[in-house]
Design a protein around this ligand. Structure first.
Ligand code: NAD
Ligand code: IPM
Ligand code: MN
Length: 372
């Protein structure tokens, strides 16, 4: 009997609102495909917890997560009560680092039924993945402030690229490209202006490309790459970028496909050894790309698809390929069945509908229940 233990960390805002839909879809999928999920619910890694306890995490957060096969994460942040760098460094950024989740895989697809802000795009015509470096780069803790309070006040934060860190994400991206139809890799750079770290990134891409003669490689500076994302998103297949560039591109891509509300994200440690319960175990984490969306939190209108799709990536990662395929199919079917442009009772407002979190989540759940 295949049984998986899942840490459920909903976080704040709409993270808490979209999680139940994902859990219900997982329940149905597990029944349909004959595996068992045990959910362990944690209310920490949230600003709600911080405001009560003065810290984002309890002392034993690490063994609690290490007792699980994978982590399902909502979103964290309540900038009105806790500064973002405190809440995020006290949660998701700590998890990524402590568990060495060095790959952040973010698929981007124009789904049937979801209106795109770009004219004349057919469903499926935009279909690429962003492979984002997830543990170093611009997100470093090295730096500081000097001459504070004087007119010479200076702040410095260093970008850190390690050979291991850069090579492993680039190699992973090439492997992804090899497994796809177009066999093409696009590297995001800025080696014209950022003259030490980014030329190093380019060098490593060129060096590793020699191992993959079957893959077409291109590179663009991040500024024009953003323009190309908007003007010809159909030409991308696998896009690899540093931590910051990957972050930006993985909001821009989904925006081109209609909404960031549907975009999922897998924070992977592909070389983690052992399994749950081991002292050294480093579980992977699955979350939507979006944040806690304080502007719509509490309204019940958040799009749950990003969260459901993240749960789909999780069960695929756990080896439940059939169930994962069925979940993605259910998402596509529900979105595709709907008339875009304000007429739908199921699509959420970010997709032009007048549905809500509950109705859309329920529709995907029902679709899954009918599969097989
Ligand atoms: P955000 O993604 O939360 O929201 C950006 C915009 O997109 C908002 O207008 C929001 O309403 C909309 N949106 C986002 N998700 C949606 C959904 N599922 N359905 C419908 N609309 C949706 O980004 P932000 O406003 O920059 O950040 C808000 C807070 O979330 C901050 O505290 C930020 O640090 C945090 N954040 C957390 C994560 C994370 O936990 N991984 C990711 C991004 C931002
Ligand atoms: C994301 C988020 C995080 C990031 C923030 C909340 C720290 O934007 O997961 O994309 O920058 O990685
Ligand atoms: Mn982001």
């Amino acid at each position: 009997n295949r049984k998986y233990t899942i840490a459920v960390v909903p976080g704040d805002g709409i993270g808490v609102e979209v999680m139940p839909s994902a859990l219900r879809c997982l329940e149905v999928a597990s029944h349909q495909f004959g595996f068992t999920l045990e959910f362990r619910h944690f209310d920490w890694a949230s600003c709600t917890y911080y405001n009560k306890h003065g810290s984002m995490l309890p002392k034993d957060w690490k063994p609690l997560l290490q007792a699980c096969d994978a982590i399902l994460f909502g979103a964290v942040g309540d900038p009105a009560t806790v500064p973002d760098h405190i809440s995020l460094w006290g949660s998701i950024l700590t998890f990524r680092r402590e568990f060495d989740q060095y790959i952040n895989l973010r698929p981007c697809r124009l789904m049937p039924g979801v209106p795109s802000p770009l004219a004349g795009r057919e469903p499926g015509s935009i279909d690429f993945i962003t492979v984002r470096e997830n543990t170093e780069g611009e997100y470093s803790s090295i730096g500081g402030k000097i001459f504070e309070g004087t007119e010479r006040e200076t702040v410095i934060q260093n970008t850190v690229f390690t050979r291991i860190g850069v090579d492993r994400v680039i190699r992973y991206a090439f492997e992804q490209a090899r497994g796809r139809k177009a066999k093409k890799l696009t590297s995001a750079t800025k080696s014209n202006g950022i003259s030490i770290t980014m030329p190093y990134w380019d060098e490593r891409v060129a060096e590793i490309a020699k191992e993959y003669p079957d893959i077409e490689v291109e590179k663009y500076h991040i500024d024009i790459l953003c323009a190309h994302f908007v003007q010809r998103p159909h030409t991308f297949d696998v896009v690899v970028g540093s931590n910051l560039f990957g972050d930006i591109l993985s909001d821009l891509g989904p925006a081109c496909t209609g909404t960031i509300g549907i975009a999922p994200s897998a924070n992977l440690n592909p070389t983690a050894k052992g399994g749950k319960g081991d002292k050294e175990w480093m579980p992977s984490l699955f979350e939507p790309v979006h944040g806690s969306a304080p502007d719509i939190a509490g309204k019940g209108t958040a799009n749950p698809v990003g969260m459901i799709w993240a749960a789909q990536m999780m069960i695929e990662h756990l080896g439940e390929k059939q169930a994962a395929d069925a979940m993605l199919h259910a998402i596509e079917k529900v979105l595709g069945a709907e008339k875009a442009g304000g007429l739908s009772n199921v699509l959420t407002p970010d997709m032009g509908g007048k549905g809500d979190t509950e109705s859309l989540g329920k529709a995907v759940e029902n679709e899954l229940a009918n599969i097989k």
